[in-house]
Design a protein. Structure first.
Length: 229
């Protein structure tokens, strides 16, 4: 990382992931009764969104589940489950404050801006959408909306550039490329859902369709039409 070799004690990181999973279970089960731990849990979860050594830790901080059932097989969905659940806890108990909400969305948006992994990018968009379902669209201030649109625009350009680059890849790699783009498609779908929540006619919805058209499935469709003709 950054030109340095880093040694990681994986057992310790697995324990960290399990700890966040446990927080998710506690928060989902206790609801408003988890309020005494709301501030501390947010202080732990927000920095964990950038814990790049373990995807399970990052996702545990961000994704929302509406039931309390969670096993370690779902560890890759757990830091990102916690933030919307904490919103629900705070709303039920009357302890959620506007600074908490703004800080949480700001960190999620910053992660969206910098996230290179399309699978986790999808989780981040779902976390924002799930959080908005709890606290309401007006909680996304104009500054946050602008930052989210800028981050989304950046990610669309990144995915589009990757797909244009793949257009130069030999045909025998198309199956592998299709799998990569299937993961990107999940991110595009979650982008689209969030944008529609904000504005059903948002201009970036057209951009998402344009990026989809750059995928290998589009090439295959064109090839089939050419062969039929």
């Amino acid at each position: 990382m950054d030109g340095q070799i880093v040694g990681i004690r994986t057992s310790t990181i697995d324990e960290k992931c399990q700890a966040f999973d446990t927080l998710v279970v506690y928060c989902a089960t206790l609801g408003g009764r988890f309020a005494p731990y709301l501030t501390q849990s947010l202080e732990l979860s927000l920095p964990a969104l950038k814990f790049y050594f373990h995807d399970g830790v990052r996702e545990a901080a961000s994704r929302c589940v509406l039931s309390s059932h969670l096993t370690l097989t779902t560890c890759t969905h757990a830091c990102h489950r916690l933030i919307p659940l904490l919103f629900t806890c705070g709303k039920q108990s009357g302890t959620l404050t506007s600074p908490m909400v703004v800080a949480s969305f700001l960190q999620l948006i910053r992660c969206i801006q910098a996230e290179p992994d399309p699978s986790f990018l999808s989780s981040l968009y779902r976390a924002v959408a799930d959080g908005l379902r709890v606290v309401g669209i007006p909680s996304l201030t104009p500054d946050l909306q602008s930052a989210l649109i800028e981050a989304t625009n950046h990610q669309l350009h990144t995915i589009a550039d990757k797909r244009r680059h793949r257009a130069e890849t030999p045909e025998d790699d198309r199956e592998e490329l299709a799998l990569l783009e299937e993961v990107e498609e999940f991110a595009l779908e979650d982008m689209e859902k969030l944008l529609k929540m904000m504005d059903g006619q948002h201009p970036l919805l057209v951009a998402i369709s344009s990026v989809r058209d750059l995928g290998v499935s589009q090439w295959d469709s064109e090839d089939e039409r050419d062969s039929d003709s």
